[in-house]
Design a protein around this ligand. Sequence first.
Ligand code: BG6
Ligand code: MG
Length: 238
Amino acid sequence: MKKIRAVIFDLDGVIVSTDEHHFRAWKQLADEEGIPFDRHDNERLRGVSRMESLEIIMEKSSKAYSAVEKQKLAARKNDIYRELLKGLSPSDVLPGVTSTLQVLRERGLKIAIGSSSKNALPILQAIGLANAFDAVVDGNHISRSKPDPEVFRLAAQRVGVSPQQCLVVEDADAGVEAALAAGMSVVAVGSANGHPKATLSAENLAQITPDEFLLASVSSSAESRVSLIDCSSTANFT
Ligand code: BG6
Ligand code: MG
């Protein structure tokens, strides 16, 4: 069992419900362009960079777009997204996040953000968590987005903890793969709840006790993976 010394949180869909804002912005753009796009398609965009997300959406387009047109569409999506973010407030922080951060701090762990988003800082400011982390690594600092492990490796480096002693919290399949590729344990929440490769799995952070969370460690044996999907009696952080 490895002792966890740092926890790296994905942002969109883990800390805050901005995954829904992403969907609504992409949906508006796709509708404007006449490209079919639904929530099922949206699952493939989780954790993936803006330009890669656009490429995935365009798989269903009958029109071929030039590089310049693609840049314009990505900028348009970001404008729509940023407009939606104007309504963002601390009430959008997802269940269990604030208390989890508090407990990790009290226990002396480093906490960091590892996100593919280039909007991470304004989002953290809007939800009142701009100063809550020891390091924020986002889409502005990396050249390869998830499932590449770059963002998590860099976050571990920034907080001075070896990847083997880091735990990642993710809601995206691409993020789970990125964490594993970095040699880190993974807690899968939200859309990734029940991910077969996660060390621990739950609907949200409010369903995981501090000890369950901190005992999550890298293991290749399926028996050691704990699932809280159907667990109704888990104690919350206090
Ligand atoms: C990730 C989201 O956090 O950030 C993706 O899960 C998004 O859906 C990516 O595409 C990039 O976000 P942004 O804010 O830079 O467009
Ligand atoms: Mg996410």
